[in-house]
Design a protein around this ligand. Structure first.
Ligand SMILES: *[C@@H]1O[C@H](CO)[C@@H](O)[C@H](O)[C@H]1NC(C)=O
Ligand SMILES: *[C@@H]1O[C@H](CO)[C@@H](O)[C@H](O)[C@H]1NC(C)=O
Length: 474
């Protein structure tokens, strides 16, 4: 992910060194006639004030001119992109998850717990607590445990520090009825948990910290890791979740398309990054915005890094971007060209290879297909043209309440895809300028295309609405 680049000014005022020593000044005073002395003093004064004015100009004017220019271009880009994008804001018009659906999630978990032979499931504030009980994952974790508990009898409870009960009660938790297990500062929260429940075996959510696992285990209660079955309760999406994911991902793609129509050669990365931020905010989904914007050989590093680059003709723009709607994320990548820009035929071929790799993977995003097989299908296309070593990362990851979640599409994962899972399909080819020279090219590049794909009975369906056609039709 990309951090907004704050304007920084490292310029220090230039201190003019005082070179004339007392001695030489005095010698001059003694030797030089009075009129010469006056002229030289006037000259020095003039030079000094000229230098002063220049210094003030450098210090105050140049940064102003530069920043007003970059704010100006951001504004121009944002305004022209918005004209295209505003037609698509209705895509975000999707309801959030209802109370009923939260309760259904809890019942499914309860049933799965009995099947797994454990007494209860425990999560800390995380995507899972957010999924089952609407306990925000952004509730700050501290050394004092606050745990969401669902047991196999269907009881919802939470364990919380006594002095925090008011703050915890202020969360918009969803439950049928609740039991509060409070612990006082002079007690062990884990002993309290054991005393207040009769659990002997507890399944911990994957994000529960080791401290909690060790604490529970030390009381003699068995802890087991989250099973694949329980993992898949959250990775398989419902219609309501799919509607949200479709909304935010289709909108995100439209935002990239609106940028493609309006980006121009000579723009900086920051201008594009800031314009995209404002566009999401104008549509009401600015919270959760992130983006990676890379030009030319910068994209040779998949997550980029450097900043301050200006777009040149013949350079791809790689935009990997997303935001959130009702807590669900979008994650879309396009490698684009502004209408007036052209790249070499070789680079265009690289783009087409990545597109073909993405197509091959979509074909495999079927029910019961093995994750590693889907990854391999995309890899084969790139390996066949001799660029396999430059496809340096896995094909993709699950997408939902977390930007990266189960299942992961990599060469080591033998899980099978399930209907209703949403996974990103994001092959890429990355060649640094050093590597490019060995391939008889002058300059490096990076190309990636990414769409979140819904696994259905009839193959993969892009939640963005449609995949890219070319760098000019993203
Ligand atoms: C879930 O929590 C959010 C605030 O975090 C709240 O706006 C929403 O209404 C809650 N949902 C339910 C079903 O209570
Ligand atoms: C997928 O696999 C499951 C479990 O192996 C099986 O029951 C089901 O019939 C399979 N579905 C299809 C469409 O092959």
């Amino acid at each position: 992910m990309y951090q907004s680049i704050s304007e920084k000014d490292d310029r220090q005022p230039l201190l003019l060194p005082v070179t004339a020593s007392k001695n030489t000044k005095e010698q001059r005073r003694r030797k030089a006639p009075k009129w010469q002395k006056i002229v030289s003093e006037v000259t020095i004064l003039t030079l000094l004030s000229f230098a002063g004015v220049m210094m003030l100009f450098v210090l105050f004017m140049i940064p102003k001119v530069m920043s007003s220019d970059s704010h100006g271009s951001t504004r121009v880009l944002e305004d022209s992109a918005w004209k295209v994008l505003k037609e698509h804001v209705h895509l975000l018009d999707v309801p959030s998850i209802t109370r009923d659906e939260f309760l259904q999630r809890q019942s499914k978990l309860v049933a799965a717990l009995s099947e797994a032979g454990v007494d209860a499931f425990i999560a800390e504030p995380s995507a899972s607590s957010s999924y089952y009980a609407n306990i925000s994952g952004s509730f700050e974790l501290s050394e004092r445990p606050f745990l969401m508990i669902l047991d196999k009898e269907g009881q919802f409870s939470y364990l919380a520090p006594k002095f925090e009960l008011d703050r915890v009660a202020g969360l918009s938790m969803v439950f049928e009825d609740k039991k509060v297990i409070e612990w006082r500062e002079e007690e062990s929260p884990y002993e309290v948990l054991k005393r207040e429940t009769s659990y002997r075996k507890i399944m911990l959510d994957e994000h529960v910290r080791f401290m909690i696992a060790a604490g529970i285990q030390a009381t003699g209660v068995e802890v087991v890791p989250m099973s694949e079955t329980i993992q898949s309760l959250r990775s398989v999406k419902t219609e309501a979740e799919l509607a949200i994911l479709r909304g935010i991902n289709a909108f995100t793609l439209q935002l990239v398309r609106s940028l493609q129509k309006t980006i121009q050669i000579g723009m900086t990365q920051e201008v594009i990054f800031n314009a995209a931020s404002t566009l999401f905010s104008r549509a009401g989904v600015g919270k959760g915005y992130w983006a990676i914007v890379l030009f030319g050989d910068q994209a040779a590093s998949p997550h980029g890094g450097s900043s301050g680059k200006t777009l040149k003709d013949g350079e791809f723009v790689l935009i990997d971007i997303g935001s959130k709607l009702h807590n669900y994320g979008s994650d879309v990548t396009r490698t684009i060209l502004p209408a007036k820009s052209k790249v070499s035929m070789e680079l265009m071929d690289v783009w087409k290879t990545v597109h073909a790799a993405q197509s091959a993977a979509v074909e495999h995003m079927n029910i019961n297909e093995t994750c590693s097989v889907v990854d391999a299908a995309s890899r084969k296309v790139i390996t066949d043209v001799g660029l396999g070593e430059f496809y340096t990362h896995r094909l993709g990851h699950g997408l939902g309440l977390e930007m990266h979640e189960h299942p992961y599409l990599n060469g080591a994962n033998n899980e099978k895809l399930k209907v209703g899972e949403v996974v990103t399909n994001e092959p890429g080819i990355y060649v640094t300028t050093n590597q490019a020279k060995k391939l008889d090219k002058d300059v490096g590049f990076g190309v990636r295309l990414e769409d979140p794909i819904l696994v259905t009975k009839n193959g993969g369906v892009p939640l963005t609405g449609s995949r890219a056609n070319s760098p000019y039709e993203p």
